[in-house]
Design a protein around this ligand. Structure first.
Ligand code: GDP
Length: 440
């Protein structure tokens, strides 16, 4: 699913590698690439253009966050915009009626009957509902049979009327039956056609009028790309449905339907079909889908955490100190605290794509900083300010005060000297970012 789009977006972020901050110039190529990737994923032109314009605007308005690289920042911005494009928040179906009446609409072959079964299964197992399925595709005996088989499989009752060719009667009778049988949900499958025609639209509108559904779900095959979007528009103009069900997302879909349907019909995607099995139905979460499209681990939450925690003022002061070679043990201590604020070290590392796996068996001790902190805290202000004064007897006192050994004190001082050297060497670039990478 969306593999091509994911790869293309990842490549476009790589264009920003080595850049120390976002500028209009250096993101231009990335934005162009993102737009091309969206167009190739079958997102319509207007949506793609609007998308990159919004990302650009937001990127230019970002504060320079030294802890975050421009590439990472762009991943986050694109992620958030993808989620907005797909609807922002998750929207639940309305099950308030008694019984709740759900009408299923869509073209033939879109996956309506399969979805009817899947939804009933989900409501039964996850919401403890007792749904009644109405086999409303009155023209195709095979469809009625198909629903009966699915009903049996998931243990849900299916309502049919032998020889009935009137979908309105069948639907209203089905609801009566549900009331008698203490069913709290009625799911009405309807007849589709291969293409939109007037008769089908009239028929389903009549069913809608007669049943006053609590929820009308429009089912569409995501593999049909822009056609899916156009069909959605026509159905919505006639039916004013409540939500979209995108099926066959497990297939080789480019993603265009998922990405543009919301902006075209302004109705939320509520479910996605991920296979032919009855369990293969997911509630749609725009943000999680954006995660999947980007395939970027949790880099997004990493950036969020850094955004929350990073004190820009401090960072600027520190950069000045580094430039003047005045970085001392107090600053070192502050840096450690900064990193610690960002959360559990292993969790943090796990958010960086690829790192999680690498570190699975490595022991990153959250207490790794404890010894270091203790040592620094046992130094006098003079020693912190001017580490050069720390001689043998001072080391002994520091080790005793911090409950560590002279070797550990030596190691820290060496580490500190190395860090200082590296900092001195860095005359350009993202100083804070690099320095944080150097921390033990
Ligand atoms: P209807 O004519 O709209 O009722 O469509 P069906 O429910 O009969 O589905 C048409 C075909 O698509 C069937 O072969 C289903 O098994 C298949 N199908 C439905 N949903 C999905 C899905 O999410 N993933 C995949 N791979 N196949 C699906």
């Amino acid at each position: 699913m969306f593999e091509n789009l994911s790869e293309r977006l990842e490549k476009s972020f790589k264009l920003l590698k080595g850049e120390s901050k976002i500028t209009e110039l250096n993101i231009a190529e990335t934005l162009k690439d993102i737009r091309r990737a969206l167009l190739d994923a079958d997102v319509n032109y207007k949506t793609a253009k609007q998308f990159t314009e919004t990302v650009k605007e937001k990127a230019m308005g970002q504060n320079v966050l030294s802890a975050v690289k421009p590439g990472e920042m762009m991943v986050k911005l694109v992620h958030d915009e993808l989620a907005v494009l797909m609807g922002g928040e998750k929207v639940d179906i309305n099950l308030n009626g008694n019984p709740a009446i759900i009408l299923i609409a869509g073209l033939q072959g879109s996956g309506k009957t399969t979805f009817t079964g899947k939804l009933a299964n989900m409501l039964k197992t996850k919401k403890r509902k007792n749904p009644l399925l109405v086999a409303g595709d009155v023209y195709r005996p095979a469809a009625i049979n198909q629903l009966q088989v699915l009903g049996e499989q998931i243990g849900a009752k299916v309502y049919t009327e032998e020889g009935c060719k009137d979908p309105v009667k069948l639907a209203t009778d089905g609801i009566k039956e549900a009331k008698k049988g203490a069913h709290d949900v009625v799911i009405i499958d309807t007849a589709g056609r291969l293409a939109i025609d007037e008769e089908m639209m009239n028929e389903i509108s009549a069913v809608k009028k007669a049943t006053s559904p609590d929820e009308i779900l429009f089912v569409v095959d995501s593999m049909t790309g822009q056609d899916a979007v156009n069909t959605a528009k026509e159905f919505n103009d006639r039916l004013d449905f409540d939500g979209v069900v995108l099926t066959k997302l497990d297939g080789d879909t480019r993603g265009g339907a998922a990405l543009s349907i919301r902006s075209v019909v302004d109705k939320p995607i509520k479910f996605v079909g991920m296979g032919e099995k009855m369990e293969a139905l997911d509630v749609f979460h725009p943000s999680r889908m954006a995660d999947r499209i980007l395939g970027m681990g949790d880099i997004v939450s990493l950036v969020e955490k850094a955004q929350e925690q990073f004190d820009e003022e401090e960072a600027r002061k520190l950069q000045k100190k580094i430039a003047k070679n005045q970085f001392n043990f107090d600053d070192f201590l502050k840096q450690i605290q900064q990193i610690k604020k960002m959360g559990n070290l292993k969790d943090l590392a796990g958010m960086i794509p690829g790192m999680g796996k690498m570190l699975k068996n490595v022991d990153i001790d959250d207490d790794a900083f404890k010894g270091i902190e203790a040592i620094i805290r046992s130094m006098t202000p003079l020693e912190r300010e001017q580490p050069g004064v720390i001689n043998g007897s001072r080391k002994k006192r520091i080790a005793a005060g911090s409950g560590t050994s002279i070797q550990e004190v030596n190691r820290l001082i060496k580490q500190f000297d190395d860090t200082r050297k590296v900092m001195k060497m860095m005359t350009t670039g993202n100083k804070m970012g690099k320095m944080m990478g150097k921390m033990p």
